[in-house]
Every structure is written in C-alpha cells, then in structure tokens.
Design a protein around this ligand. Structure first.
Ligand code: PBG
Length: 352
C-alpha cells in the first residue's frame, strides 16, 4: 500500500515519549486532607476507600504521608467541634483548620491550601448565612420553563413547595473575609473559596490585602457546578445541606457559556488560579477556561469521580491504577495545569 499518512510510525515505543503532548507529575497534584476536631482517632471514610478523617494530633503525620509520595501540596478541609446557624467556628482563631494549618506550616514544608467555605460549619449545611427567599412555586411560579408547573424540563427535579430559603450573598461575604484572613494568619499559603458566592474573590482579596497578606494567592472555585458527584465528600466532611440543595448558588450543569462569564468575574476580582469542578464530566469547561484565560487552571477531580472508579475496581470491572492515571492525564490534556484529587498519593507513587 502506498499510504502517505502512517500515524503508527510515531506510536512505536522509543518515540512515543518524544511526541507525547501531555505529562503528569506528582507536583501537579494537590491532595485533599480532612481534619476532624470531633475525634481523637482516624476515622475511615467509607465511600472514599483509603481516605480518613484525622484528628488534629495526626494532621502533621497525615501531611507527611502525602509528602512522602512526592505530592507537595495539600488542601485542608475541617470538621469543627460544633456548628451553628452562621458557621462562626469557620473563622475562629482556634478553629480546626486554623490549628491544623499552624501545625502543618510550622512542622512541614507542605504548601497548604485551605478551603474557604461555610457548609461544614453551619448547622443547616448551606454555604453561608441564610435569608428567607420569596421563591414560591404554585401560582405564578417560574421555574424557568415558563409553564408554571414547578418542574424543570427533562431532569425530573421539582422545586420545593415551601417558600424556599437561600443564602444571603452579601452577608456571607463578610464571613468569607474573616475566614480567609484567619487562615492566612494561621499560615495558609493559598486560600480557595468554594462557596460560589457572588463577589467572593474581590471581598477576600481586599480583606487579605488589608491584613498584610497581599502575597497569599486565591484559587477560586470559579466554575463550580451543582453536582451529584459531591456525595461522598459530604459524608466525609459532614457538609450535606439539611434541606434543599445548592442550586441557588452553584452552577447549573446545563450551562457552558455561563462558565466563561463566571470565571471572568473572578479574574476581574483578582483570582490567581481558576478552578473548574467537578473535572471529568466537565472537561469541556476545563478546555474553555484554558482557551479563554491565561491564568493557571485547576480542576477538582471530586469525591464521586474517585468513588465510582473504586467501586468498579472492587467488582473487578476496571483496573484501578490504569483508570486513575488515565483520568488525571485526560484532565491535564483538556487544559488543567493542576489537579485536586483523592488519587494524588496513589498516582504519585505509581509515577515514581
Ligand atoms: C465546599 C466543598 C465541597 C467540595 C469541596 N468543597 C462540597 C460541596 O460543594 O457540596 C466537594 C469536593 C468533592 O466532592 O470531592 N466546602
């Protein structure tokens, strides 16, 4: 055969590496770590095999385990000793994340990123202070499809019949300022607001600068979707909403163009790193953000993405090591520079 194009030439073993377009390094990864103030021993997280909530006493040891695999950065999540309606333990100087951060930054070289949100700290589990909404279904209701039936087209969801309660955006900004500053005061290297509250990046940037933390970067959960893939995390961090869902603040999975608008607001407000979350079901969004902006792009390979691969592997249906590696490589190929993933330690060990 007289073929002009024989792409297989470049797939031979000794040349594959030379022409590969994407690489994955342990230093691209951030490992989430859960610190739990309600326990004095490690508690395995059932839906996330291999992950545990660790007591404060073990926070440093846990981070050292991560570092031994070659992963240099951790993302801290806290489970507080008590919760209340406004989530006040989220900005307490002796709060669980503040205390863990202080110890980790004193005793290790880890790069410490903290999740700045309220859902683990409020007794109702929402990502901020509540306000009573006026959104009622029934007569005159508008669920967006214009037929007034209170049902969104196609997805089988219905809106609540009760007047719904939602998060008070601007009141929540005041809490987020205090949380971010308390984390930076404790030694956090980077803060990552995850609440999808309008104006959160600008408010936090201003608060950090006023507190002499102008060198602390912000990684914004810039395009964060209202996703069912967060299920296992909500068990892990005890942050499931007690009622309703997060659709009033997190993005609609149906929307792609809106992500670019969302991210551009965060860019204008001074975000340093732009995150898309979840990762695998949203690779189109990762690719869009990569193309539209010049900033580093992060993707959060979330708890449900981890859990489903583990579940299939447990049944013998997938090769866990292979699918984990392929997933992370694909997220990078789509345009992510860094990845938050529960596979961080396992994949880094494989790469070594
Ligand atoms: C909010 C937050 C969540 C996750 C990270 N930060 C939960 C949520 O929005 O419900 C989810 C991460 C995951 O599923 O792995 N503090």
């Amino acid at each position: 055969m007289d073929l002009t194009h024989r792409p297989r030439r470049l797939r031979q073993d000794r040349v594959r590496g030379l022409v590969s377009e994407t690489s994955l390094e342990p230093t691209d990864l951030i490992a989430p770590v859960f610190v739990d103030a309600t326990t004095d021993e490690r508690v395995p997280i059932e839906s996330m095999p291999g992950h545990e909530r660790v007591p404060l006493e073990d926070a440093v040891a846990r981070v050292e385990e991560v570092r031994e695999t070659g992963v240099e950065a951790v993302m801290l999540f806290g489970v507080p000793e008590t919760k209340d309606v406004d989530g006040t333990r989220a900005w307490a100087e002796d709060g669980v994340v503040q205390e863990a951060t202080r110890r980790i930054s004193r005793e290790t070289d880890a790069y410490v990123v903290t999740d700045v949100c309220l859902c683990e700290y409020t007794d109702h589990g929402h990502c901020g202070t509540l306000e009573s909404g006026l959104q009622e279904t029934g007569e005159g209701s508008d669920d967006g499809d214009g037929n007034g039936d209170g049902h969104l087209p196609g997805n089988g969801h219905s809106l609540p019949d009760e007047p719904s309660i939602t998060v008070d955006n601007d009141a929540t900004l005041e809490s987020l300022r205090k949380i971010a500053v308390s984390h930076a005061d404790a030694g956090a290297d980077m803060v990552a607001p995850s609440g999808m509250i309008d104006g959160m990046v600008g408010a936090i940037r201003e608060a950090l600068d006023d507190a002499d933390h102008e060198h602390v970067p912000i990684m914004s959960y810039a395009a964060k979707y209202e996703s069912a893939f967060y299920g296992p995390f909500r068990d892990a961090a005890d942050g499931a909403p007690a009622f309703g869902d997060r659709r009033h603040y997190q993005m609609d999975p149906a929307n792609r163009r809106e992500a670019v608008r969302e991210v551009s607001h965060d860019v204008e407000q001074g975000a340093d790193v732009l995150m898309v979350k979840p990762a695998l079901p949203y690779l189109d969004i990762v690719a869009d953000v990569r193309r539209e902006f010049d900033h580093p792009v992060a993707a959060y390979n979330v708890s449900g993405e981890y859990a489903m691969l583990h579940a299939a592997a447990e049944k013998g249906w997938l090769d866990l090591e292979a699918v984990a590696l392929e997933s992370l490589l694909s997220i990078k190929r789509a345009g992510a520079d860094l990845i938050l993933t529960y596979f961080a330690e396992d994949v880094a060990s494989e790469l070594a």
